[in-house]
Ligand binder design. Structure first.
Ligand code: CMP
Length: 138
């Protein structure tokens, strides 16, 4: 039981062979994996997913990067899922992330920062629905 958040393991972490280690950290922290798939975003997918950032100077770089390779998308469940997952992944900038966080351990840079985590319950639902059909959201 509990509530849900949405995550992606981003192209740098997939490319660098960290899927297994990141999923282990997620499970050890008490999250249940509800839904999961490996896929690759099209430019249109990435533009839609990150529409909230489209006026930011890094938007082009973000879309370029997020379409550059495979990602692993997952819906996770735990009490206080959104906030606890953001604590587990650490600061957006891996240089500022706490020791032991997923971004500190596995991220390459602020853009290639290993994992995504939803910033609210509302966005967790929107983002999970973006990747998974009703039949896949167990
Ligand atoms: P996330 O917080 O998951 O979603 C927005 C993403 O934009 C963020 O992770 C980073 O990957 C990326 N991002 C944020 N700030 C910058 C930046 N200054 N330069 C490049 N990418 C960034």
């Amino acid at each position: 039981a509990g509530n849900r958040t949405f995550t992606m393991i981003k192209p740098d972490a997939v490319e660098n062979g960290h899927i297994g280690a990141i999923l282990a950290k997620i499970n050890e922290a008490g999250f249940r994996i509800v839904s999961m798939k490996m896929t690759q975003l099209s430019r249109r997918d990435a533009g839609n997913f990150y529409a909230v950032h489209k006026e930011r100077p890094f938007f082009g770089e973000l879309v370029e990067y997020m379409t550059s390779g495979h990602i692993v998308a997952a819906i996770l469940e735990k009490d206080n899922a959104v906030a606890d997952f953001r604590t587990l992944i650490g600061n957006t900038d891996p240089a500022k992330a706490d020791e032991g966080t997923i971004r500190k351990m596995f991220a390459t840079s602020i853009a290639a920062n290993a994992v995504h985590g939803s910033d609210s319950d509302e966005n967790a639902e929107i983002e999970g629905n973006f990747f998974f059909s009703a039949r896949e959201r167990y």
